[in-house]
Write a protein that binds this ligand. Structure first.
Ligand code: UGA
Length: 453
């Protein structure tokens, strides 16, 4: 099939490369000429594991093309995917102007019976509104507008596309549903389940899924706080509840509050849609507030652990591992607050490009150990694998102080204590159950703090 994708951002690029991998002839369009010129040379502007390689491969196979001339490409396409941005405004509503402008611009150039597919995350009812705009722009009703939300996670986007849990198609007529079934046929034949429903339901599925995942994170973060008060261990609690198949174990890792380009924006849009339609979403409203407060509270925890004008090393600025994305990352709340408190902040991230644009004046280091030299406090803020395997004895030697705050719970606290570090994770100040010698369990206080060196 001939497919056009409008938008060469994270979603547009992943979708284009993966649809080409499924065998389609894909043209990815963007108005940014420099970006398109770089992509034609297989230079990918974002860090996403495997994406450059896949794009290079599909260009070489002749199945993936890039252009700034969307209207020209549109004329022969069977389906046009809109993957343009939907930024948040101050009220939490999303700005649909890019989606609407792209739809109105492309509609007159589409061939009759082609389908316009909304891939961008949009509030419920958008596909039907866009359909009215498209009809008006063409002066005819021959183009269907469908919804096909994406569930890709940054850092594992290609795998999430190729091995999706489900494909959701929102279509208000049988013909557009048939086109989308054909687009995804290679994946459906592999047994990936299809959820085919109306556009409004598909749009709601996307928001409700993100809201529920974000709620799990907010919930486990609150449980982590309680664990700290009761000397419990949130890891053990998450493990115990996650083994109930009705609950499941995913998205139960305590952390510094969710960030990224999706959960914060989508929860705000979900809450605001609820308010606007008289169906308030109080759980989500509370979640949004608590998630922001968590980032601030953890900044204060660092300030309390550091001496006045002390030095703090932050390991990890991306909103999660395997991405250079810092949108709404905890680092963006925490670091300015530390600097404002008079602390000398030193940063490291294996993929610092995104963060460097926003924090250009910060002290950046090219190795994690360099960032920690002379630090009074070291904070692990992103769960990069290289921080899991930090040489803790070297870390202790590099630091001036001993405090290691692990906001991702990725470091073994006993290893940290034996290296002479004073370790504090999130919700893991608990009692350790030592294996008993003759079948009896012995409980012992966890070595949360080492004695001063
Ligand atoms: C999220 C969803 O997981 C995807 O399914 C969805 O397609 C995407 O949003 C989107 O709407 O486009 P993403 O934002 O890439 O994907 O990242 P996640 O892996 O979901 O993580 C979001 C945030 O939650 C991160 O800050 C992460 O550190 C945090 N998190 C995640 C936790 O604190 N604990 C967890 O157990 C899981």
């Amino acid at each position: 099939m001939k497919i056009v994708v409008l938008g060469a951002g994270y979603v547009g690029l992943t979708t284009s490369a993966c649809l080409a991998e499924l065998g389609h002839d894909v043209t990815c369009c963007d108005i940014d000429g420099d970006r398109i010129a770089a992509l034609e040379r297989a230079e990918v502007p974002i860090f996403e594991p495997g994406l450059s390689e896949l794009i290079g491969k599909q260009i070489a196979l002749g199945r993936l093309h890039f252009t700034t001339h969307a209207t020209k490409a549109a004329g022969t396409a069977d389906a046009i995917f809109l993957a343009v941005g939907t930024p948040s405004d101050a009220n939490g509503d999303i700005d649909l102007s890019y989606v609407e402008t792209a739809a109105k611009t492309i509609a007159p150039y589409m061939q009759s019976r082609a389908v316009l597919v909304i891939k961008s995350t949009v509030v419920a009812g958008t596909a039907r509104r866009v359909k009215a705009l498209v009809d008006a722009s063409r002066g005819s009703k021959d183009i269907a507008v469908a919804s096909n939300p994406e569930f890709l996670r940054e850092g594992s986007a290609i795998k999430d596309f190729m091995h999706a849990d489900r494909i959701v198609i929102g279509a208000d007529d049988a013909a557009s549903e048939a086109v989308l079934r054909e687009v995804y046929e290679p994946l459906l034949l592999r047994g990936i389940p299809l959820v085919a429903t109306q556009t409004v339901n598909a749009e709601l599925i996307k928001y409700a899924a993100n809201a529920l995942l974000a709620l799990r994170i907010g919930f486990i973060n609150d449980v982590a706080d309680l664990c700290e008060k009761l000397e419990g261990d949130v890891g053990a609690v998450a493990d115990g509840i996650g083994r109930d198949h009705r609950i499941g174990s995913a998205f139960l890792s305590a952390g510094p509050g969710f960030g990224g380009s999706c959960f914060p924006k989508d929860t705000r849009a979900f809450a605001s849609t609820g308010r606007r339609h008289g169906a308030p979403q109080p759980l989500i409203e509370t979640l949004i507030e608590r998630n922001e407060l968590r980032k601030e509270a953890l900044a204060d925890r660092i300030i309390d652990a550091a001496p006045r004008h002390g030095r703090v090393a932050i390991l990890g600025t991306s909103f999660k591992a395997n991405t250079d994305d810092v949108r709404e990352a905890a680092a963006l709340t925490i670091i300015p607050r530390l600097i404002e408190a008079g602390l000398d902040v030193h940063l490291h991230d294996p993929q610092p490009n995104g963060a460097k644009r926003l924090l250009p004046d910060a002290h950046w280091h090219t190795s994690a150990l360099d960032a920690t030299r002379g630090a009074d406090v070291t904070v692990v803020l992103t769960e990069w694998d290289e921080y899991r395997s930090l040489d803790l004895a070297e870390l202790r030697k590099a630091m001036r102080g001993q405090a290691l705050l692990d906001f991702r719970n990725i470091i073994d606290r006993e290893r940290a204590a034996s290296a002479g570090l004073i370790y504090q994770g999130l919700g893991r100040s608990g009692i350790v159950v030592q294996p008993a010698r003759r079948g009896h369990a012995i409980t012992a206080k966890a070595p949360v703090a080492a004695s001063p060196a």
